[in-house]
Ligand binder design. Structure first.
Ligand code: TRP
Length: 359
């Protein structure tokens, strides 16, 4: 059988979730294990993970655990879908986790040639304030830069002793020095909260990052002297672009970003891929398909929180009671409302971030 790989640095995101769960030995996410599940958990957008029971046990029995994630500061724009990962961080923060969010500036330097100074400015001006504006509690979250965390870097060097090139090839398919450095650093990111106290940890991520989780777990098993607990992970589905694509490349064009202006929103929604028919007449007669509609994807993942309201809208769309023009108008309105509120929070969060990082 041909081996298959997920490449975390590729612009092509893996799509077939059922297939991935089987191929890579993931666990299916079971919403019944998590008290007061959030919207993405409830609606099936959180779909898999590793060692999830350990974390649900921590939540139920009020035991210490941590949640950690990281994002590369490669661009000034933050994909709207990043909200899905931060939503999971917020969930765990609200359920007792120590929370860590790191700026993967060294990874961005090694794998994308991003200048460290530029990465820092970008993270302080845009990334960190956006994560706070999405709802992370700034006081309770430990933000750090890979380039400034000695514990993490030292741990990465020590752990490199437990990784082999063969294993690397088995997980990632190939081996480039920059990628080896970045992935071992990520393993150290993921495990370093356990240096101070032994506790389980969970890493909310898109499935593209699962290879790093596998590497982390392999290395944990081998680096016995540290006595680390195997890290858990939880995977959220990606938010497709409004044209329906899952490529994260710039040429793809119609992705939504946090802080998009009203004009940008209007333009993007106008071009969105819908589940509608060729003509209004046909749509009224035969109905349309919300499952192929990118605006419904947005409603489901982020914009319509009330389940009844969402179901009603889906039913109406299926019956042809709602036309694409009306649906686009509604999506535009919801998105603009979201973004105005978000901008206000972002401005506040920028001031908070300045205080947090005052030297
Ligand atoms: N590799 C992640 C990305 O591409 C960033 C990252 C670095 C990360 N360290 C991490 C994610 C630890 C989760 C946990 O954006």
């Amino acid at each position: 059988m041909k081996r298959e790989f997920i490449d975390p640095w590729s612009a092509n995101l893996p799509e077939n979730h059922k297939d991935i769960i089987k191929k890579f030995g993931l666990e299916k996410f079971d919403v019944r294990d998590f008290p007061k599940p959030n919207l993405l958990m409830r609606r099936g957008f959180v779909f898999s993970g590793r060692d999830l029971k350990i974390i649900s046990d921590c939540i139920k029995n009020r035991k210490k655990f941590y949640a950690l994630t990281g994002i590369m500061p490669t661009s000034d724009k933050i994909h709207f879908g990043t909200k899905s990962v931060i939503d999971q961080m917020i969930y765990f923060q609200n359920h007792g986790a120590e929370t860590y969010v790191l700026v993967a500036d060294l990874e961005a330097a090694a794998t994308r040639g991003v200048d460290l100074k530029e990465a820092r400015t970008r993270a302080l001006e845009i990334h960190i304030p956006c994560y706070i504006a999405l709802g992370l509690d700034a006081k309770k979250t430990r933000f750090y830069f890979q380039s400034e965390n000695n514990d993490v870097r030292n741990l990465a060097f020590e752990l490199s002793n437990k990784a082999t090139l063969n294993e690397y090839k088995a997980i990632y398919g190939n081996a480039e020095p920059s990628r080896i450095m970045a992935s071992i650093l990520q393993v150290a990111d993921i495990l370093h909260p356990q240096l101070n106290k032994s506790m389980p940890g969970i890493v909310p991520i898109g499935i593209d990052q699962d290879p790093h989780i596998r590497l982390s777990r392999d290395i944990t098993n081998r680096a016995k002297k540290f006595g680390f607990i195997l890290p858990s992970s939880i995977n959220v589905k990606f938010l497709p672009s409004l044209s329906g694509g899952l490529k994260m490349s710039k040429s793809e064009g119609n992705s939504l970003y946090l802080l998009d202006s009203d004009e940008e929103i209007k333009k993007k929604v106008a071009k969105a891929l819908t589940g509608g028919r060729k003509t209004s007449k046909e749509q009224r007669e035969k109905g349309a398909n919300p499952d192929k509609d990118m605006l419904f994807e947005l409603f489901r993942q982020h914009l319509i929180k009330n389940d009844d309201r969402l179901t009603k809208r889906e039913e109406d769309y299926k019956k042809g009671k709602i036309l694409d023009s009306e649906n686009k108008e509604y999506a535009t309105k919801l998105l603009i409302e979201f973004m105005h509120d978000f901008r206000r929070k972002y401005e506040k969060a920028r001031r908070k971030t300045k205080r947090l990082f005052r030297d």
